[in-house]
Design a protein around this ligand. Structure first.
Ligand SMILES: [Zn+2]
Length: 224
């Protein structure tokens, strides 16, 4: 039997589908020198002592981490992405209604403060004709989390992409995360945990399907 995972990726894009490692991109289009220069200026404006040994190399490190954490912007060709991920799809069993559920973790930067927020996701969908390989869902999450995001937008972006690839009868994306912009800027800590729930198709029209998904979401703590 042919497994797409063992194929050799020809391009960055294909690496998204075939590789098991982290999604990284060399991003030659980003002017690192200029970025470092500006970040050094940011530190200077904040009265940080740039002579300090601990800070000397910070503009370069800061620039590199920003380049990595925004590498999702390199994958803007939705059509190409969809085609590639479709290669990782198999036929669904038409004789029964399956609820496919995949969970994992995410980490991203908030678009308002460029501070991290991170947590867990649980994605469920009811296949119509196709099922995407379970390891590809975290890939799709990764493309979208490596951009400046809000939890709401992130959940909708992920749902949009999976809908385009799998064309399911319904899709649900639950995300729960801790937002450092709430923790670190002196806002009440209790409100730093946020939940987002995107429900579409069968998850909206069918109570049982929605309840089944929500019971999986609510049991997530038991599995930890
Ligand atoms: Zn924020």
């Amino acid at each position: 039997m042919k497994t797409p995972d063992v194929q050799i990726a020809q391009t960055e894009m294909e690496a998204l589908v075939y590789d098991r490692g982290l999604l990284t991109s060399p991003r030659p289009s980003v002017d690192r020198e200029k970025l470092q220069e500006h970040l050094r200026e940011v530190l200077r404006l904040l009265h940080v002592n740039l002579e300090d040994e601990a800070v000397v190399d910070t503009p370069r490190r800061w620039a590199e981490s920003l380049v990595t954490m925004t590498s999702g912007y390199d994958y803007t060709d939705v059509k190409k992405l969809t085609t590639l991920f479709r290669k990782a799809c198999t036929a669904a069993d038409e004789n029964c209604q399956n609820l496919v559920v995949i969970g994992g973790t995410y980490k991203t930067l908030c678009a308002h403060h460029i501070l991290p927020f991170f947590g867990q996701f649980i994605i469920g969908y009811i296949p119509e004709r196709t099922i995407i390989g379970a390891s590809k869902i975290p890939r799709i999450v990764e493309v979208h989390m490596r951009r400046l995001q809000s939890q709401e937008h992130l959940a909708h972006d992920i749902a949009d992409t999976i809908e385009k690839i799998v064309e399911p009868k319904g899709i649900a994306v639950w995300m729960g995360g801790v937002h450092l912009c709430m923790v670190m800027r002196g806002v009440e800590q209790e409100s730093s945990f946020m939940e987002t729930n995107v429900l579409r198709g069968n998850f909206l029209s069918d109570d049982r399907t929605r309840q089944e998904f929500m019971s999986i979401v609510n049991r997530r703590g038991d599995r930890a």
